[in-house]
Design a protein around this ligand. Sequence first.
Ligand SMILES: *Cc1c(COP(=O)(O)O)cnc(C)c1O
Length: 385
Amino acid sequence: MKNKKLGLNTVCTHTGEVQDKQFKGAVSPLYMSSSYAFEDIDEKRYPRYFNTPNQQALSKKVAALEHTEAAMIFGSGMAAISTSLLAFLHKGDHIVLQNALYGGTMNLVLEEFDKYGIEYTFTKSLDIKDFKKAIQKNTKVIYIETPSNPLLKITDIRKIAKLAKKHNLVSMIDNTFASPVNQLPATMGIDIIIHSATKYFGGHSDILAGAVAASEAHMNRIFQLGKNLGGSLSDFTVWMLERSMKTLGIRVKEQNKNALKLASYLDKHPAVAKVYYPGLRSHEDYELAKSQMSGFGGMMSFELNPEYDVATFFKSLKLIKPSMSLAGVESTMLSPTQTSHALLTPEERKKQGIADGLIRFSVGIEERKDIIADIKQAIKKSKKK
Ligand SMILES: *Cc1c(COP(=O)(O)O)cnc(C)c1O
């Protein structure tokens, strides 16, 4: 069966699966071998070479989902990001990165790149003009993340891809927040698509993994470094992830639906000062989001009015869990000021648009009325006296 012709949920359920010829089991058998007899000296199978049967099975599914020729599965999102970046950046090269990036990616650049002699510029804003301005003679890579964390800002994917092609740069996107259910960067000209598979791919808050999808040629460059850095994922977890991804489509579509309704609910709530969700018409990038996303995702942020106490709000939640991670089937919330952005000064946070009352909300698949009831009672309790 040709992947291109299969619909989303069929790809999620079947593409890549290993046929159990021996027992005709319904799912891919799990191959835990770290040693395989040579069939062909060029085809040495070894888990660190990303080529065990389960790794290849899941890679095919990810490639089909992202509409690329190939994909690789990594031990974490950061293993996927670091391997992809370093595969295309040598000493003396320069990279342009968008300014609002996942904290781990920022840390990788700020703490490690100097050591390798790699130069970098973070753009002033997500405006294409600022990307253009940041390009230098030695620029090799352009790196974006959209929607961004935690304010759900949108970068124009098509314009970035065009700019990269014009200057002969490799374009990379962190597609974690949207997932391929909602956004297909390869179809808009982006070269390399990266995921923290810990998030929507895994979806049940029990797997740490990463994935990269690209053309055969680009994947081969990443593989050459990947086998040396050694960031592959254990086959057992790969197998678990294949199982999780069978429901990626239905999970994310349900999360899209819940999030859109909850964003509208919060937007009208008198205790809420502002909602950041690209699916709301009031979002500054609504039109752009609509032009490049087929769904708006399960992530949003909102600000409580200053008359409400954020700490009390978090303590009062019963169903929704305060949590660092995101994208599970369960709804979670986090205060960037108290966690991911705690090390910044209030002024730095303000510069990034992160108010002290900001709450990041990862919407799960629970019944909407139950989520709303939980938020309602927690808001009520958090009103300052
Ligand atoms: C979590 C996350 C990462 C890092 O992934 P890990 O699996 O934790 O290594 C990268 N990008 C985004 C957008 C994330 O949310």
